[in-house]
Design a protein around this ligand. Structure first.
Ligand code: Z5A
Length: 221
């Protein structure tokens, strides 16, 4: 099994759903498994996540946004991901470097070479062995997010933002923005086919899971 697996895709494509379902499969190997995500997997990251996602954060420049995601990642790699990989654990991470390339690069229009070089700097060159890209039409994905927000106003087992059914800073972006991100992810996959597996996220959650498992088994054999 690959040591470091990331799940990428636009918001609402089903990453969190796949992450928890896949955890059971990954745990069936005899290795320790760390399930994590960006932003927000460390104490520092949780503070940064609040700033990054809160609709109360106004006028954040694209450069400042990039630096906050990078700070989150630097801490995450040093505190969680690298030690886990060094112990021989499997790390399953919801979003990583390719989200920065897609969102801050294709979405915000920052220079891709600079983004690659900063990402390389903050991660010490640590890249995932495998990227599972959940591909979905942005209108469908945003529809799922909207339904989830409406449902979560009735639930208490969610974050403050979600409890209030509030739409976060990224969810407030236009359909055109999310379309650029989707296209960006597909370009990244095309440029790096060895690392990426594209999964049709319009299928039901069990089909998405079985495609992910087949892809992991294929590279493990
Ligand atoms: N960001 C960035 O700009 N740069 C970076 O470097 C990084 C991140 C690391 C983090 O948001 C934001 O930060 C993100 C990119 C940016 N924003 N955007 N856009 P987040 O962590 O709060 O959220 P997210 O990562 O975008 O994920 P999400 O909103 O939680 O969506 P998801 O995990 O992909 O989907 P889900 O929660 O699993 O599913 C959504 C709903 O659809 C839910 O009700 C499910 O029950 C349902 N669902 C799931 N799968 C299916 C299928 N297969 N069929 C039907 N319905 C389904």
């Amino acid at each position: 099994m690959p040591g470091f697996i990331t799940i990428e895709g636009i918001e609402g494509s089903g990453k969190s759903t796949l992450r928890s379902k896949l955890a059971d499969f990954v745990r069936s190997s005899d290795r320790e498994v760390i399930i994590t995500r960006e932003p927000g997997a460390t104490d520092l990251g949780r503070s940064l996540r609040n700033i990054l996602l809160s609709p109360e954060t106004k006028n954040l420049s694209s450069h400042a946004e990039l630096m906050l995601f990078c700070a989150d990642r630097a801490q995450h790699v040093e505190e969680v991901i690298r030690p886990a990989l060094e112990r021989g654990a499997v790390v399953l991470c919801d979003r990583y470097v390719h989200s920065t390339l897609a969102y801050q690069g294709y979405g915000r229009g920052l220079d891709m070479e600079i983004l690659s070089s900063i990402s390389n700097f903050v991660t010490g060159g640590l890249m995932p062995d495998m990227v599972l890209l959940l591909d979905l039409d942005p209108a469908e994905a945003l529809g799922r997010v909207q339904t989830r927000a409406e449902k979560s106003t009735l639930s208490f087992n969610v974050s403050r933002l979600e409890q209030q059914g509030e739409i976060d800073r990224f969810e407030q972006q236009s359909l055109e923005f999310h379309t650029r991100i989707r296209d960006g992810f597909l370009k990244l996959a095309e440029e790096d086919p060895q690392r990426f597996t594209i999964i049709d996220a319009a299928n039901d959650p069990d089909s998405v899971l079985s495609e992910a498992i087949s892809a992991i088994k294929a590279v493990s054999s």
